[in-house]
Design a protein around this ligand. Structure first.
Ligand code: KG4
Ligand code: ZN
Length: 337
């Protein structure tokens, strides 16, 4: 079963063709970073307009790369939420239009569930239960992903903890903006941090050792206050100390959660999973604790349509097609236990 998938929830216009939930026949991702970077963040209206311009060529390229036409497909999927409403509407409307034109079922996909499924695309032998650390620009969640009632899909997602204020990616973006490192903030902070001293400043570890919830807004304020008082501190040392504080808490909680729920492994998902230190530390603690570490490739961590196509295949088999009046929902929740 070949599914054309479309992802336009934020500032990436992406299309992919995925076969049977596993084989990625093509995956095209066009980032709008250049359009938004001069504003220091995503401007929703600008993002929607860019999706309108980019989507048709991106879909055409995905089909061409897969060597298919619309008539060879079995379904068309799109992210219905969560995300920016204007951006979501572009992808959802286009997918419904393609589905109607080619006489195919439409499948609405939850963006967060797709991030959770990204790991399966690269590691089909993933053993459940796993603890998934889902860390993106909008979310920071610790989830226990377990097999469904019949031992398979749909999986059961148990929310163990989440951020009570800023998302981890948001903290990277805000601190980077303050340090003048541009948008998005994760990659430049990662680069600066690699050259710096992570022990230079002992930034606070929000909610460390307490439950599974996260808090990053105090850390962000602490970085700003420190830099104002000590402007001579090299940016690389601030970046390294900040990254250390974020990763320290993320890894400590994931590790403890894995132990408490008896997980077989720890899995990363979302844009912040591209962070070099986070990847290194999760790999190391899994090795120490005898757990499997599932670290998706960089392209599978950030937003892409291949993960939407994979999830759509699972959802189509269990839930059937989505009605054509399925709305785009900016606040769509993960189906939690
Ligand atoms: O999942 P994603 O592509 O989009 C959302 O759904 O939010 O995540 C984007 C977030 C941004 O906040 C970005 O700064 C962060 O992921 N990010 C990183 C890195 N690369 C991207 N954060 C830390 N380290 C990185 N290397
Ligand atoms: Zn995302």
């Amino acid at each position: 079963m070949k599914i054309l998938a479309i992802e336009t929830s934020c500032d990436e216009t992406a299309a992919a063709v995925v076969e049977d939930g596993r084989d990625v026949l093509s995956s095209v991702v066009t980032s709008q970073v250049d359009v938004h970077s001069r504003y220091g963040g995503v401007v929703p209206e600008v993002a929607s307009r860019a999706h309108v311009e980019l989507l048709t060529p991106v879909v055409a390229e995905a089909l061409l790369e897969a060597g298919l036409t619309g008539w060879d497909l079995d379904a068309v999927a799109a992210t219905t939420g969560p995300g920016l409403i204007g951006s979501l509407l572009v992808g959802v409307s286009a997918a419904k239009g393609y589905a109607l034109a080619w006489g195919l079922p439409f499948v609405g996909v939850n963006h967060l569930e797709a991030h959770l499924h990204a790991a399966f695309l690269e590691e089909p032998s993933l053993n459940l239960p796993v603890v998934v650390l889902l860390v993106s620009g909008g979310h920071t969640m610790l989830i226990s992903m377990e097999s469904g009632a019949d031992g398979g899909f749909p999986f059961v997602y148990r929310l163990l903890g989440q951020t009570i204020d800023d998302a981890a990616g948001e903290a990277f973006d805000k601190v980077a903006r303050f340090l003048g490192l541009g948008y998005p903030g994760g990659p430049p902070i990662d680069r600066e941090a690699a050259k710096g001293d992570a022990t230079a400043v002992a930034f606070p570890r929000g909610l460390r050792g307490e439950g599974y919830d996260f808090s990053f807004s105090g850390l962000k304020t602490s970085v700003i206050t420190y830099v104002r008082k000590h402007p001579e501190t090299p940016v690389r040392d601030i970046a390294a100390s900040f990254r250390e504080a974020v990763v320290d808490v993320l890894v400590e909680k994931s590790r403890r959660a894995a132990r408490d729920v008896g997980a077989k492994g720890i899995c990363l998902g979302g844009g912040v999973a591209a962070n070099a230190l986070l990847r290194e530390r999760v790999t190391a603690v899994c090795e120490e604790d005898g757990l499997q570490a599932f670290i998706p490739s960089l392209v599978m961590c950030t937003d892409n349509a291949a993960m939407i196509g994979a999830t759509a295949w699972y959802r189509l088999r269990t839930d059937g097609p989505s009605p054509l009046d399925t709305p785009a929902n900016p606040n769509l929740h993960l189906p939690l236990l």
